[in-house]
Ligand binder design. Structure first.
Ligand code: CMC
Length: 431
């Protein structure tokens, strides 16, 4: 990123300051306000970071107006069609598509790390059987720093690399274990002869009493879901990972913080909420009632899987996901799926509605993903853990980028204090 030579002028009281404008590779210029407080004595106010770039990044770019998403410059549609998840992981982590040899080596490294420490099995048993798998993920991933203390030194590049590989490799195993635990079924060990997605499906759905053949249609669809969710620049969970990492916290703790943030219904929890909403609507004749509720300011209800902070056009991931939902249901011979019918009709009605048009609310990635995951056999509670598995690589790539950035500092926002002014303590008998 270069100084563009241009400046933005800011005037207040009797002060006038020239702020350097920084020009990114693509996207709007950013006013560099780092010296604003030192030179002008004022802060900026931007809750939710709606106009604030928190870092420089080379990993992912979103053009919200065009509805475009690029990983290291490559459009998501091309990657979803032509690439596969582990190749995308390599691209996100190292910046370029791998050669055949580099890919083979990377896949071998990931595959060799898919098992978790045997002692972790006992750790799972401390959870209630009905615990949400995301609750288990937050706890178990955080606990990885206790199981793998030899890769927690953030100042050692080799340890950072090992921790990264461990997390990408073990996250599907941990998510599958969380699922198996909730069912009361035995954990299924990973298999090194299967690819990443097929191995995950097998760990979730096979049981020791029967053979289990992974359906290649489903593993391709699973791989595409992983790819579509792999990174999304400075979203809430990624920013959480960066903020946690900015203090020098170990990578497992940082990713656990990201998982906690992802769980919220405004973020990764929306895929579970979207499918639950579609099921609650149940039939197309009830859609107008829910559209009316979404528009009613006195009703907290929102159309889940709709709207996005950055996309003010179609989320390109939603387009691929919609197509994938059609394909998967078709290939599985699931005809007349009522939920898919409701989703398509809801999308059609909302897109023609003035409220949604005016506010530029379009379906996001979570709108159709649940339909595919349900068709594969996953309960809604597993949807967000699957998002966490996919996003782990993005979190790690962003965390590594932050650690290597010489401009990185501990994240420490300012505030506008609007509380009580200084006052004296009052003894309890005098209150
Ligand atoms: N249904 C109805 N109205 C909506 C919706 C929706 N889904 N989303 C936004 N609005 C309205 C909102 O009420 C507000 O109206 P007004 O300007 O009159 O107050 C306006 O649109 C702008 O909304 P906002 O909440 O200020 O926008 P935001 O950028 O802070 O929030 C969002 C973005 C994704 C949190 C929000 O659109 C939302 O809650 N959507 C539903 C949850 C969802 O699908 N989340 C998944 C996001 S994509 C995957 C991910 O990031 O994990």
């Amino acid at each position: 990123m270069n100084k563009s030579g241009k400046t933005a002028k800011i005037e207040f009281n009797d002060t006038s300051l020239e702020l350097p404008l920084l020009s990114p590779a693509i996207g709007p210029d950013a006013a560099d306000i780092r010296r604003l407080y030192a030179d002008g004595g004022i802060f900026t106010y931007d809750p939710g970071f709606t106009s604030t770039a928190s870092c420089k990044s080379t990993i992912t770019y979103i053009d919200g107006l065009k509805g475009e998403l690029l990983y290291r410059g490559y459009p998501i549609e091309q990657l979803a069609e032509k690439s596969h998840y582990l190749e995308v992981c390599y691209l996100l982590l190292y910046g370029e598509l791998p050669t055949a040899g580099e890919l083979e080596d990377f896949e071998a490294r990931i595959t060799r790390h898919t098992m978790v420490h045997e002692q972790m099995n006992y750790f799972f048993r401390g959870f209630r059987r009905d615990a949400h798998p995301m609750a288990i993920m937050v706890g178990v991933v955080g606990a990885m720093s206790a199981f793998y203390p030899d890769s927690t030194d953030v100042n050692d590049p080799r340890q950072r690399e090992i921790a990264s590989i461990r997390m990408i490799a073990k996250m599907p195993t941990i998510a599958a274990m969380a699922y198996k635990y909730s069912l009361g079924q035995p954990f299924v060990y990973p298999r090194n002869d299967l690819d990443y997605a097929a191995n995950f499906l097998r760990m979730c759905f096979s049981i020791p009493a029967e053979d289990y053949e992974v359906n290649p249609i489903l593993s391709r669809a699973m791989d595409r879901i992983f790819t579509l969710h792999a990174d999304h620049e400075q979203n809430a969970s990624t920013s959480t990972v960066r903020l946690s990492g900015s203090s020098g916290a170990n990578p497992f703790a940082c990713i656990a913080a990201g998982i906690a943030c992802l769980w919220g219904p405004a973020h990764g929890g929306a895929n579970q909420a979207a499918l639950e909403m579609l099921k609650e609507i149940g039939s197309v004749d009830r859609i107008p009632e829910y559209i009316a509720r979404a528009k009613d300011k006195s009703d907290p209800f929102r159309l889940m899987g709709f709207g996005h902070r950055v996309y003010k056009n179609f989320d390109p991931r939603a387009k691929v996901m919609k197509q994938s939902a059609d394909e998967v249901l078709d290939l599985l011979g699931i005809e007349n799926n009522e939920t898919l019918k409701v989703a398509k009709e809801l999308e059609r009605i909302a897109l023609e509605d003035e409220y949604f048009q005016e506010k530029k609310l379009f379906p996001n990635v979570d709108f159709y993903s649940g339909i595919i995951l349900e068709a594969m056999g996953f309960p809604t509670s597993m949807f967000t853990p699957i998002f966490a598995v996919s996003r782990t690589v993005g979190w790690i790539a962003q965390w590594k980028e932050m650690i290597g950035d010489p401009e990185q500092k501990i994240g420490r926002p300012r505030q506008l204090y609007v509380g009580a002014p200084k006052r004296d303590y009052v003894n309890v008998e005098d209150r």
